[in-house]
Each structure stands twice: as C-alpha cells, then as structure tokens.
Ligand binder design. Sequence first.
Ligand SMILES: NC(=O)c1ccc[n+]([C@@H]2O[C@H](COP(=O)([O-])OP(=O)(O)OC[C@H]3O[C@@H](n4cnc5c(N)ncnc54)[C@H](O)[C@@H]3O)[C@@H](O)[C@H]2O)c1
Ligand SMILES: O=C(O)[C@H](O)[C@H](O)COP(=O)(O)O
Length: 385
Amino acid sequence: MTNPTKTIIIDDAVPYAEAIFSHLGKVITLPGKAIDAETVKNADALIVRSRTQVNAELLANSQVSFVGSTVVGLDHIDQEFLKSNNIHFYSAQGCNANSVAEYIITALYELAETFDFKLQDKTLGIIGVGNVGEKVYNKAKQLGVTCLLNDPLKIDKQPDQVNLDNYVDLDTCLTADIITVHTPLTRSGKHPSYDLISAEKLAQIKPQQILINAARGGVINEQAWINTPTLANIIDCWENEPNINEALYRTAFLATPHIAGHSLDAKVAGSAMVYNELCRFWNTPIQDKWRNQLPPQPDLIEITEQAPTQTAMRQTLNKTHDIKTDDLAIRSKDISKVHNKYENYRRNFPIYREFSQHKIQITSNPELNKLLESLGFTLIATQSY
Ligand SMILES: NC(=O)c1ccc[n+]([C@@H]2O[C@H](COP(=O)([O-])OP(=O)(O)OC[C@H]3O[C@@H](n4cnc5c(N)ncnc54)[C@H](O)[C@@H]3O)[C@@H](O)[C@H]2O)c1
Ligand SMILES: O=C(O)[C@H](O)[C@H](O)COP(=O)(O)O
C-alpha cells in the first residue's frame, strides 16, 4: 500500500519505477531533464539517472533528504553540497559494468570481422580498471586477447590488490592496438581524467590503432581526435551530448548514443540497489513482488551456420543485441536530426538482456562452446547433439 506521507520524484527512464517504489510513497515520474527546483520542492526522495544535475540550484529550497542515482557516473552530482546539507546520497556503483563490458566485447568482434584480423593477435589497452575495466579485462583475457592495464589511482589506493605485472604507464598503454577508456570524468585530484588522452597523447597514436570511448566525453580530447588518423573510432560517450561533434560522428566506425550500460539487467540492478538503500534509509522492509513483472528469459539461441569460430562469435553476440542497430537508430545526413534522435532513442531504448540470461544450444565447435561459456552464456544439450 502507498505511504501517502512521502513523495518520491523519479526519472521516468528508471524502469519499473512505479512497481518498485510505490509502496514507499507517492511516485511522480518525470523526464530526467525536466526535474527542476519546483518539481522537487515538496519531495522527500529524488531518484535520478544521469540527466538531472543534482546541485544547490535543484535542492536548496526542497525538503529532499535522500538522493539515489541508479547509474554510476557521478559527474552530475554535487556530492559536497549533499553532504553539507545532510542529504543522504547513494549511487548504484557497478550496476551496469557488465553491460558496458559486453558492449566492448561485441565491438571487438565487430572490429575483428570488419577489418579482418584475429582478436588473439591484438593487444587491448584498458585505461581505468574499476568495475567496468576489470570486467572488460577478464572477458578479453578469456578470449585470448593480451591486455595492457592502466590505473594509477587504483595502484595508489589498493596497492596490495593490484598485480603490478599487468599494469603499465599511460604511454605504454597507448601503444596497444585497441585502446578503451573506462575512467570516470574528473577534473581535480592527482589523476584527473578530463583531457587524459590530450592532443599531445593523441599525437602518439598510429593510423592502424583503434580508439574507444564508452566512459565520458572529455576523457579523449575531441578536437584533437578529429584530426588523429586511426583505423577506427568507437564512441558511445561524447562531449556536449546530445549535440555531438559532427566531424567525429561522421568518421566513427560505430557512433552510439550513450547506451553501453543500458541492458535491462543493468537498469533493473541499478533500480533495485537504490530501492534497497531507500528502504534501509526509511527503515521499511524490502519487498520484491515487483520482480514478477520482469520479462521471462529470452528464447534459446540456435546456431545452425558452420562458420569459423570468430565469425560465429560475432553472429551469436549480435543475436543477443546488435550494437550496429544503436548506431543506425540515430544515423542521418542531417546532424540536427542526429541530435534530435539521440535522447529520444536512449530514453525509449529497446529491451535487451545480458549474455548470462541467454541459453544457447551446444554447437559442434568445442572452441566456440568454450568461448561462449566464458562470456556467461548457458550452453545446453539438445537432441540434435
Ligand atoms: N557508456 C555507458 O553507458 C557507461 C556505463 C557505465 C559507466 N560509464 C562511465 O564509465 C566510468 C567507469 O565506470 P566504473 O563503473 O568502472 O567506475 P569505477 O569507479 O568502478 O572505475 C573507474 C576506474 O577508473 C580509474 N581512474 C580514475 N581516474 C583515472 C585516470 N586518470 N587514469 C586511469 N584510471 C583512472 C579509477 O581508479 C577506477 O579504478 C563511469 O564513471 C562512467 O562515467 C559509462
Ligand atoms: O553513468 C552511468 O552509469 C552510465 O553512463 C549510464 O548509462 C547513464 O545512463 P543514463 O542516465 O544516461 O540513462
């Protein structure tokens, strides 16, 4: 039953918001960008994704005492303001790491098949080895890709948990065949990530290298990136979203609208983590009846084609979610149309499930079976094998 004394304002891109939160109070859902000082004035809790700037301007005149973010980026949250105003803050760290890692792995197969190379012959440089970077590393390692890792902050913070043999300095990491950034966007501290891959660093990049940014716009210097010849660029996170840079967009091998972390499983995990924290904060028992509303597991994937392993891997991953459709969904010759489609597509993003939610019929190719299992798919025997 709804608790009429509490009001919770929730970004309408939070799936199952009403089903999950309504027993805690009156739920009002609004587009993230439409949540403003007026709408939160009388609210008790505010639950955002990445599109609401959470700061003094938004909350100075409100009674909000709990802010939850169902995503992991923190660059839109003024945490100092929240702390100094005794507003409890929680963010769902790690909720979408697997989703982003699967996007990167899918992209690697797309690259390998398009540019005709074997993934096992390439090095992958991973800059930022937190929840996402660590998952990218573990999956890439399973697939036989050699990885170079860079994360000076992690080494400073947890020296005993880092196997230094795997870690290199930034310049060495930038020599990898494929470079992917997974840092937060930070502008202060000992290792700020803003402009980390600066014009100077981009000058070291050779035309046969590949650059990926699914972290935040601004980690790679876009003005210099435009003039940096590469084999391919994959960009999911941009400066000035949704008004993304036209030249960079036109030349990208894959240009997606900040959706790498948008699997249903990641979104639900983010919502559930924030919900659990709000229950704890309000000292209310957790309910999980809302989980009955989640869609069933996807249908069994059957692989009938007899393709070489790498080709079969690409085909199979694309059967779970083809990231080229996320590129095509916003493509247009008219950049203003791209800008218009950008937010609309991500706010109404098609539902897809992570690899671990899929069952695949065991194939006659043991190498393929092993690789699929290492990515979390469940392989099941059927009568034909
Ligand atoms: N495209 C998407 O949909 C999507 C989804 C999830 C996260 N993200 C972005 O990716 C970032 C990383 O996510 P996460 O969950 O792994 O966060 P995390 O905090 O778990 O990991 C970030 C890692 O980056 C490291 N780091 C910070 N500054 C660095 C620097 N200057 N050089 C090298 N390493 C540095 C940190 O030490 C940490 O280990 C998020 O902050 C968010 O901005 C994007
Ligand atoms: O910060 C994050 O967790 C991700 O960038 C996430 O995908 C952002 O999701 P959004 O709020 O933009 O839907």
